[in-house]
Design a protein around this ligand. Structure first.
Ligand SMILES: [Zn+2]
Length: 684
């Protein structure tokens, strides 16, 4: 650490001796700390990249990653506070520092000297003897290559220009979708046309019309309006109008300014060119380099195997829906805009139960004790309430200990929604496990949710969905906390392939559907009775409602994405032809018009990071269900299977390929049967 940083130790963001000093952090601390830490990494780079001696782990990777870890920890504290106790002053300093951080990381990713130091290190005789360190160096070299580090200068310039145009085009794609969504409004004058729509949605629609200075109700394409209207509006014409508008957003059927048609062609063309420059046959091949799946053919084979199994169930789901529409609702020509509406009616008639009723059985402390019991039993750790300086009075803190009483890690639990806290649920690292000299730095996790806080002296009560969310995030937390890897960059979730990262989180969700777990994790807030078995069975049946249709819908997106980035040939086919052929193959729902939902508003692949990666949703589900099935076979709370899962999967982090870890745990490669069974799609 440089002298500048040591001298400014009164700045809590520059204190790395223990847990973050959250209550002391002021917006004024941010810029000086971030500037000092970036300067420190830059000094370190000058020192280690320009050194005359041959690079080794100790003289090159370790000092560089130590400096980067400090920046990461400090910036992590700022981002965390910005997300959970946002204030105008903090937001301002966060936004002022964010571009510096981003630009700095881009610089490092393109630093030629670092690339050649890493290459020399990989070629050195000592390298063969490295363990987990090797994986980090290999990952880093691969990242450098994928950002064009090995290209000759003229091609490098072209590659950079492509990346910049891609970034602009993707941003424009997303803006068009947003603008087209925001610009839409369907004004309804009489309340009778809105029969069936829930009251809170009507109230919001009335306010939306008022703020436009118009009478009546304004329906929009934003989820809080669009979803309930298509689900509950009895008026078929309203559903159709809204559905058509939604399914043609940012297409040639709307305002030409927001038409994404040309952008789609251009983005695909640029990606093909970038892949060719890097020496790959397709963009899908590039996308799969850092992922667990090996080749596009392997992914396509996987998707089609799942499709072959799911499609009969999807057809059955569709037939049931058609029959219900005909006999119960007198609807004989089920259209795309009826699906959500009829599905909701059918679901209610079969499985209706109230979230409010279920909530009474899941008070916070019973749920936490139940979840901790699962984790303690199968992973052989103890979780104990502890204390730490935090950012809000309701934040809880826990120690995770091993059998011998040694500290494994710690975590913050920030459960309740409140103003100035970002929505959603997530796990983040506060501190990553790594070795520093003789000492091991223990991992510390943030588990953040947005559940309802306790009211009037009653404990907080969770819906079953919220309980599942908690298990999911705790699964990510365990990945961080139970790692045994001390090497930076491959410990915990670091360096884990992108399509395998959801394995521990989705794995943990399974316990929420296990009666032996749920009956001990529920106690009615007044009577103390566990959740009734009949209610649990109804919830389980509802969970699998239309799972066939949902699966093929996801496969439609995933197959389109993978073909589009792999073997799609624009000289012989249009993008819409490809859509058509995939729908003929896999879809079971009726189509009355040329909708554009799979193309013009598919931001995941054209603007987000999911290009040739949409399959990963299904992929991770297969991994987690198949991993869980070993527990089902040998005992759901088996400590033997648990310690194997910890040893071979959670503990390994990114230190070896995820497939190797999976096989070491499961004794074979992943299979899709467990997922099909869990979703009610396997005859047993
Ligand atoms: Zn997750």
């Amino acid at each position: 650490m440089s002298a500048t940083i040591a001298r400014t130790s009164d700045n809590p963001l520059l204190d790395f001796s223990g847990l973050p000093r959250f209550p002391e952090i002021e917006p004024g601390h941010v810029t000086p700390a971030i500037d000092a830490l970036i300067a420190d990494v830059r000094e370190t780079i000058e020192r280690v990249a320009g050194a005359a001696d041959a690079p080794s782990w100790d003289n090159f990777v370790q000092p560089l990653s130590d400096a980067l870890d400090r920046l990461d920890r400090a910036w992590g504290q700022v981002s965390h506070l910005n997300a959970v106790v946002n204030t105008p002053a903090l937001r301002e300093t966060y936004n002022a520092n964010l571009p510096k951080i981003t630009a700095f990381h881009t610089d490092i990713a393109h630093d030629k000297r670092l690339f050649s130091r890493y290459r020399d290190l990989a070629a050195s005789p000592a390298f063969a003897a490295y363990g987990a360190q090797r994986k980090l160096v290999e990952n880093t070299l691969s990242d450098f290559r994928l950002s064009g580090a090995e290209l000759p200068d003229d091609k490098k310039a072209r590659f950079k220009a492509i990346e910049e145009e891609l970034a602009r085009s993707s941003a424009r794609f997303e803006d068009n979708v947003l603008d087209a969504t925001n610009a839409y409004g369907l004004f309804v004058a009489d309340e009778g046309s809105l029969a069936g729509v829930p009251d809170d949605v009507l109230t919001a629609a009335k306010l939306a019309a008022e703020s436009d200075g118009k009478p009546g109700w304004k329906l929009t394409l934003h989820m809080p309006c669009y979803l309930p209207v298509t689900q509950y509006a009895d008026n078929r014409g309203i559903r159709e109008t809204l559905y058509r508008a939604y399914a043609t957003r940012a297409s040639e059927f709307g305002n030409p300014e927001w038409d994404n048609t040309a952008l789609i062609e251009r983005i695909l063309e640029l990606r093909r060119e970038a892949a060719a420059l890097l020496g790959y046959a397709s963009y899908a091949e590039v996308s799969l380099v850092p992922k667990m799946a090996g080749t596009p053919a392997e992914v396509l084979g996987f998707l089609r195997e799942l499709g072959a199994k799911a499609k009969p169930y999807a057809e059955r789901d569709m037939a049931e829906l058609e029959q219900y529409a005909r006999t119960e609702l007198g609807l004989t020509d089920l259209a795309a805009w009826d699906l959500a509406y009829v599905s909701e009616k059918l679901r209610q008639s079969r499985y209706s139960y109230s979230d409010q009723e279920v909530k009474q059985y899941f008070p916070e402390d019973i749920v936490l004790a139940g979840m901790f019991r699962v984790v303690q039993t199968i992973f052989g750790v103890a979780i104990r309430a502890s204390t730490a300086p935090a950012w809000h009075a309701t934040v809880r803190f826990f120690d995770v200990m091993d059998r011998e009483g040694g500290l494994v890690g710690q975590f913050y639990l920030d459960l309740y929604a409140r103003p100035a806290k970002r929505g959603g649920a997530w796990m983040d690292d506060a501190i990553k496990r790594r070795r520093i000299g003789e000492r091991v730095q223990h991992p510390v996790a943030h588990l953040t949710c947005n559940f309802s806080a306790p009211v009037s002296g009653k404990p907080a009560l969770f819906t079953h969905d919220e309980v599942t969310t908690l298990f999911h995030e705790f699964g990510h937390g365990l990945h961080l906390l139970l790692t045994r890897v001390d090497v930076p960059g491959v410990s915990g979730l670091e360096g884990v392939e992108w399509d395998a990262v959801e394995l521990p989180s989705q794995f943990m969700e399974n316990f929420c559907w296990e009666w032996d777990v749920v009956k001990h994790m529920s106690a009615h807030v007044e009577s103390g009775e566990p959740l009734p078995r009949v209610l649990f069975d109804r919830m389980l049946a509802a969970k699998n409602f239309q799972s066939g249709m949902q699966t093929v819908r996801q496969l439609e997106f995933a197959l389109f994405d993978m073909h589009l980035h792999h073997d799609f040939d624009p000289s012989s086919q249009s993008v819409l032809d490809l859509v058509e052929s995939i729908r003929r193959e896999i879809s079971v729902v009726p189509r009355q018009f040329d909708d554009r939902g799979l193309t013009h508003a598919f931001s995941h692949i054209f603007a987000g990071g999911y290009a040739a990666g949409y399959y990963s949703y299904q992929w991770a589900e297969v991994l987690s269900a198949d991993a869980y099935s070993l527990f089902e076979e040998q005992g759901v709370l088996s400590p033997v299977v648990g310690s194997r899962f910890r040893d071979e999967v959670l503990g390994r982090g990114g230190s070896r390929p995820a497939l190797d870890s999976f096989i070491a745990f499961r004794g074979r490669a992943p299979q899709i049967d467990a997922l099909l069974r869990h979703n009610g799609m396997l005859a047993s």
